[in-house]
Each structure stands twice: as structure tokens, then as C-alpha cells.
Design a protein around this ligand. Structure first.
Ligand code: NAG
Ligand code: NAG
Ligand code: NAG
Ligand code: NAG
Ligand code: NAG
Ligand code: NAG
Ligand code: NAG
Length: 629
């Protein structure tokens, strides 16, 4: 019964339908359950739910303006990132929102003693029965079962309602429609769905390397740190390592193996043998070794081997290891640890969506405890359709708020071309293997992150030839969001593509409106990485590989700026799309990202939804950023 949050408590129902002061309106809806999930029965009326009401945050409509103020290259305040305190204060829910929601709950018969406000003031929490929640929200709760794993999850059918005068003060209510289901890792450690790592990004194992090639002539067979240095002209020795920082995020059970690091360093960077990332443990995260295998160690080994080798022996790399083996974790657990103002009830998540802490292993719940690094790279992802738009909007804003504090968020764009997690969307917007509509990834479509697609060396070519979009083993995730609008800084790039190279697909295949956020933003090689995993040197492909490499290269830019007393690059999207930066990207003009029974989009001159602006040219990026304030 993994969805049962509380022990069963039998309540006498004190709720009676009271006169409402305004009509009830639909607050969030979903047309069909996510792929693989089907309702099996009505939820028992007396199951207790930890109801969480996310209050609307003020000033979010100004987030773009605030961000552009510190991140647009023409802004006078470029680089003047905000303090966490200023961010928290600016977006704290208003007293009116808090009052309205508490009053509504009281009117509905929930005694004030049962209702609590989070420390950050952004969540209202109450333990209610299913019967109470159904009346409050004008909905029905059903038990859904996942066809493959048999795992059960409690969720509302189709939609829920709120009184009109209350709705404007609420972003979302949980648990309701969302399926960000955490799984019991001990039972199904590598088969969980809805867990980061089981989504749109997974390093693909191609084969084993028998002869390790270490000179550049081998780069069209095996990608090594030296191949990447040559491709992107990234030959840089950091000088401000005491000021700089870079973080890689891993979600337990995924973990690196120390012996694999040393074998990799032995092959490619001997001075780093014995070096380890600096661990920041979140919600009990640790470098577990009780589960092993490529599906457990491949991602973390890949991310850390390449990030550490590329930034070099003198720059610390932070490993954010999130979640223990009992609960695992989601992006929300990580964001809670980064920003206390994002935390839910009294300092942490506590619902069926996220790892529930404290648990039997970890007796705390991390809220605002993790230090921020200048760049954070994540090679995990979901799809937009899996999570629902209110949920992903709230999470996306948080990336924007952390961007205001100067953090650059790098996400892999996905490995299935236009097909999200491998499935496409049907006419109702549900994920399905027979769907024909493109299925965009998340957080890749969040405008406040920088999304990285994958390129490859053409067969027979060298590191000196132009790369092409990756079309071997994996396809670069890309396309157009169904949720997020087109940001101002991306408009020229996207319109340029749509006008000059109009895709031959109708609006029922992709969001062709021309008003939605498009991805990826940039690309980096993603094919045939040499990665040591479980004692063997393996050939691996994925945007999983591209993300930490992009992060390492951008970390070199941060180092150069910090060395001369400038700020870290922070939220980079307005800058990288600006005309001065055009020549700093190697434009990729060949290849496509198939899926959903189509060829997907094609790489073209300028920005495209396969390889974005192109691959980095480090010296040009560094010099341009050094010329900025
Ligand atoms: C979260 O849920 C667990 C399990 O039901 C409970 O033991 C714990 O007290 C809750 N924590 C908070 C902060 O509500
Ligand atoms: C672009 O570069 C020129 C020349 O260095 C500089 O004067 C101008 O301010 C830059 N524009 C932006 C938007 O950075
Ligand atoms: C809900 O129940 C849990 C577990 O019994 C408890 O820890 C928590 O404080 C309760 N929350 C509220 C708002 O009463
Ligand atoms: C590169 O390595 C291969 C295989 O180890 C070797 O045959 C070749 O001579 C090397 N080339 C250079 C330029 O060192
Ligand atoms: C990738 O590896 C495969 C398998 O060894 C090989 O056939 C292919 O040529 C390689 N391609 C590139 C571009 O490295
Ligand atoms: C790197 O990390 C280690 C261990 O956390 C710490 O002792 C050291 O001071 C760090 N070095 C720098 C340059 O920050
Ligand atoms: C297309 O994107 C826009 C902007 O994000 C959105 O408003 C619209 O609903 C999307 N269309 C579809 C069919 O999803």
C-alpha cells in the first residue's frame, strides 16, 4: 500500500455541505490518466490524506522582468544577482491569500487546530479523510494501479474544483491529479516509473571497449575527455577554484562507484586517481553500493567522470546525492533542500509525490540545508504530460527564482527525439505507444533552465569536422512546449526556424502555434562516451553525457569571470541567444530527431529544435562573457 500515507484513522465525518460564498470552478484537470495507470476502485472514504494547498505566490508575473534585469546582456544590472532573503521575501504569499484559504477551510468545517501554515508561508497543510477532501474539492478519489509494477496510487478522477474567490489564491492542491509517484526502491529498484532516471533521459549502453584509445584519432570511435577538449577548444586551467563551484545531482539508488572513478582517471586523467566529488547529502543520500549494475551506476559514473576530468584536478565538484534507499527522491526534494522558501509543511515534503522524510532510515527532512553551487547539472527528466501543468509551472518558477540567485541550471533534453519518454501523446494528450503527437520533456521545456541536446561525430570524421545531430543509438530531445510560453529572448531564434524551415507537420503533431517555449538551447556530443562502470570500460550514449560536459565548459567561463572579480554567469539564456553570442556556438546543420512515426525536426542553420544554438566554442564564450560587466 505505498500510497497510504498515514495509518488508518477513523474519523467521524463532521463535514456538512455549507452554503458557499462563490461558485465552484474547475481548478486543474486532466483528460486521461497517464500511460500505464488505470483506476481500479473508489478510494476508501476514511483513508487519511496529507492535504497540501500551495498558495499563489505574489510577483511571479514579474519574475521574468526581475530575471531579465540581472541576466539580460544589455541590462545595467547584469550580474547583480539577488540574495536568497530578497527572493524569499519577494515571492512570499500575501496575507490576503493566507487569510482567504484558512477562512474557506474553517467555513467548510475543518477546525483551525487541524490546519497548519508552513514556515515559509507558502503551503497550508491539513490531514483530511478522502471523504472530506472529496467535499472540499468537488472530486472523487480513486485508487489507480500501474499495469507493469502493480503499484497503487491515490488520485482524483479527471479534475477538482475550488470556490472561485479562493481559486485565485491557490496554485495547486496535492494529492490530487499528479502522478509524480515515488516507488519503494527496495521492491523494484530499477523498474520504478515516475522516478527521475526512469524518465526521458537514460544513458544507453552500446557495448564494451576492449582497447582504450587515448589519442585524438580514436575520437570517431570512443569519446574521451581529450576528444571533448578538442571538439570545443576547451583547454583551460582554472585559476579561481576557491571561489567557483559546480554541482552534479544524482537520485538514489543511482550512485557512483569509487573504484570506477579511479579506473577512469587511470585511463584519462592520472593525476586525479583517488579524487572524489564533495558530497552534499540530501534526505539521507549516500553513495550506496548495495545495488550495483549499469542501470544503477552508469549515470552517476558518467556524470562525475566527465565533469571532474573536464574541470580538472584543482576544481572541486559537488555531488548532490538526493534521497535514501527507502524513499528515493524527486526534483521537489532537491529543490526543498536548496531553497527553504520552497519547502512544504514545516520544512519538507510529505506526500505521495515526493520522498517522504523522515523515514525509517533518515530521521530528518532537508529544507534549505544544501549550499548552492554556481552551476547545477541534472541528467534526469520527466515529460510535461506526466506531471500536469500546475505542478510543473510551480516547479519551473523555482528554477527561475534560483536563477535570480545566480544559479545556472543545466538539464539533459532527453534521448528519444520528439517522443519524450519514448511514448507520444494521443488525441487526448495522454502518453501512448500508438500516439502520434510529440511529447515534450520536462524540465527541458522550463524557460528558466538551459536544455542540452546531443550531437555526434559523423562516421569517419574527426574532431576537426563539423558535428551532426546525434542519430545513432539515441536522438536528441527537442521540440515545442505545450505548457510554457515563448520567452522574449528566444522569439527571434524560434521564429527564424519556423519561418525559414517550416516543419511539414500539422498542429495536431506538434505545438506549431509559434508562441511556445522551444528546446533544446544548446547541444554537446552525446555518442560513444568511454565510461567506466562496474569495472568495465563501456561505450555509452545520451544527452545524459552532454549535460555534465556543457556544465563543465560553462564552469570554465565562471572561473574566468570570478578570477577578475565578476559575478558567475547565472541564468544564461538571454545572453546565449543574444546576437553578440551567435558566433560562439558551432552551428549544427545536419541530422534530425525522429519519433512518433515521423522524422522529427531537422537541424538547420541557426537555432533548431534538435541541437539548439549549436555546440560551445569555449574561447569565444569566455571572451564574450569576460567583456560583459
Ligand atoms: C511525514 O509523514 C510521516 C509518515 O506519515 C510522519 O511520521 C511525519 O511526522 C510527517 N512529517 C511531517 C513533518 O509532517
Ligand atoms: C555586443 O558587443 C559590442 C562590442 O563588444 C558591445 O559594444 C555591445 O554592448 C554588446 N552588446 C551586448 C548586448 O552585449
Ligand atoms: C498529519 O499527520 C501526521 C502524522 O500523524 C503528523 O505528523 C502531522 O503533524 C499532521 N499534520 C497536521 C497539519 O496536523
Ligand atoms: C593513436 O593511437 C593508435 C592506437 O593506439 C596508434 O596506432 C596511432 O599511431 C596513434 N596516433 C598518434 C598520432 O599517436
Ligand atoms: C560508435 O561506436 C560504434 C560501435 O563501436 C561504431 O560502430 C561507430 O562507428 C561509432 N561512431 C562514432 C561516431 O563514434
Ligand atoms: C574541496 O573540497 C574539500 C573537501 O570537501 C575541501 O577540504 C577543500 O577545501 C575544497 N577545496 C576548494 C578549493 O574549495
Ligand atoms: C501550445 O503552446 C501554448 C503556449 O505554451 C499553449 O498555450 C497552448 O495551449 C499549446 N497548445 C497545445 C495544443 O497544447
Amino acid at each position: 500500500m505505498p500510497f497510504l500515507i498515514q495509518s488508518l484513522v477513523f474519523f467521524t465525518f463532521s463535514l456538512v455541505a455549507t452554503a458557499t460564498v462563490s461558485p465552484h470552478i474547475v481548478h486543474e484537470k486532466r483528460d486521461v490518466a497517464p500511460s500505464g495507470w488505470a483506476p481500479v476502485r473508489r478510494a476508501e472514504a476514511n483513508i487519511m490524506l496529507p492535504l497540501r494547498i500551495g498558495l499563489a505566490q505574489p510577483n511571479l508575473e514579474s519574475l521574468d522582468d526581475y530575471l531579465l534585469e540581472v541576466s539580460h546582456p544589455e541590462s545595467l544590472n547584469y550580474g547583480k544577482n539577488w540574495s536568497p532573503a530578497k527572493v524569499a521575501e519577494t515571492f512570499r504569499p500575501s496575507a490576503a491569500s493566507i487569510y482567504t484559504v484558512l477562512e474557506w477551510l474553517e467555513d467548510e468545517g475543518l477546525a483551525a487546530s487541524r490546519v497548519k501554515l508552513s514556515q515559509g508561508g507558502s503551503w497550508v497543510h491539513a490531514n483530511v479523510t478522502v471523504a472530506e477532501a472529496e467535499i472540499l474539492l468537488g472530486t472523487e478519489y480513486h485508487v489507480y494501479q500501474h499495469s507493469e509494477s502493480g503499484i497503487e496510487h491515490l488520485a482524483c478522477v479527471d479534475k477538482y474544483h475550488l470556490p472561485e474567490h479562493v481559486a485565485e489564491h491557490i496554485d495547486l492542491v496535492m494529492p490530487t491529479l499528479h502522478f509524480d509517484v515515488h516507488m519503494n526502491r527496495k521492491r523494484s529498484v530499477d523498474k520504478s516509473i515516475g522516478q527521475p532516471g526512469a524518465g526521458i533521459v537514460n544513458p544507453k549502453l552500446i557495448g564494451e571497449i576492449e582497447v582504450v584509445l587515448t589519442n585524438l584519432t580514436g575520437c570517431n570511435k570512443q569519446i574521451t575527455p581529450d576528444c571533448l577538449r578538442a571538439l570545443y577548444d576547451f583547454d583551460y586551467t582554472p585559476v579561481a577554484t576557491d571561489k567557483n563551484s559546480i554541482g552534479i545531482v544524482e537520485y538514489t539508488p543511482v550512485a557512483y562507484l569509487p573504484a570506477d572513478m579511479d579506473m577512469f582517471f587511470g585511463n584519462y586523467s592520472p593525476s586525479q586517481v583517488g579524487q572524489r566529488p564533495a558530497l552534499v547529502s540530501i534526505d539521507g543520500g549516500y553513495e550506496q553500493t548495495s545495488f550495483q549494475g549499469f542501470s544503477i551506476n552508469g549515470e552517476a559514473n558518467l556524470d562525475l567522470q566527465y565533469a571532474m576530468a573536464l574541470v580538472g584536478a584543482t576544481q572541486n565538484v559537488t555531488l548532490y546525492q538526493v534521497g535514501d534507499l527507502v524513499e528515493g527522491a524527486s526534483f521537489n526534494n532537491f529543490l526543498d533542500a536548496l531553497d527553504a522558501s520552497y519547502c512544504t509543511y514545516e520544512g519538507g515534503d510529505n506526500s505521495s509525490f515526493d520522498g517522504i522524510y523522515p523515514d525509517s532510515e533518515y530521521k530528518s527532512d532537508d529544507c534549505g540545508t544544501a549550499p548552492l553551487t554556481n552551476i547545477i547539472s541534472t541528467s534526469y527528466g520527466y515529460t510535461e504530460s506526466l506531471l500536469g501543468s500546475a505542478y510543473i509551472q510551480r516547479q519551473c518558477y523555482e528554477y527561475g527564482k534560483l536563477g535570480l540567485m545566480g544559479v545556472t541550471f543545466i538539464f539533459a533534453s532527453g534521448d528519444n527525439g520528439v517522443a519524450g519518454n519514448g511514448e507520444c501523446l494521443d488525441a487526448n494528450g495522454a502518453e501512448s505507444y500508438s500516439g502520434t503527437r510529440y511529447n515534450p520533456g520536462f524540465p527541458a521545456t522550463c524557460p528558466y533552465v538551459t536544455s542540452v541536446g546531443a550531437t555526434q561525430i559523423s562516421p569517419g570524421n574527426t574532431v576537426n569536422d563539423p558535428e551532426v545531430a546525434c542519430d545513432t543509438n539515441i536522438y536528441s530531445g527537442g521540440g515545442f512546449s505545450n505548457v510554457f510560453g515563448l520567452p522574449e529572448w528566444q522569439a527571434d531564434a524560434v521564429h527564424g526556424f519556423l519561418d525559414n524551415y517550416p516543419p511539414a507537420y500539422a498542429a495536431d503533431v506538434y505545438n506549431s502555434s509559434g508562441i511556445s517555449r522551444a528546446f533544446p538551447d544548446i547541444a554537446v556530443n552525446g555518442l560513444n562516451y568511454s565510461v567506466v562502470s562496474n569495472g568495465r570500460t563501456q561505450l555509452v550514449a545520451g544527452t545524459s553525457a552532454a549535460a555534465p560536459v556543457a556544465a563543465a565548459i560553462l564552469s570554465g567561463v565562471n572561473d574566468a569571470r570570478l578570477a577578475v572579480g565578476k559575478s558567475p554567469i547565472g541564468f544564461i539564456n538571454p545572453t546565449i541567444y543574444s546576437s553578440n553570442f551567435t558566433g560562439a556556438w558551432n552551428d549544427i546543420t545536419s541530422g534530425n530527431n525522429p519519433g512518433c512515426g515521423t522524422d522529427g525536426f531537422s537541424a538547420q542553420p541557426g537555432w533548431d529544435p534538435v541541437t539548439g544554438l549549436g555546440t560551445p566554442n569555449f574561447p569565444k564564450l569566455r571572451d564574450l562573457w569576460l567583456s560583459m560587466p
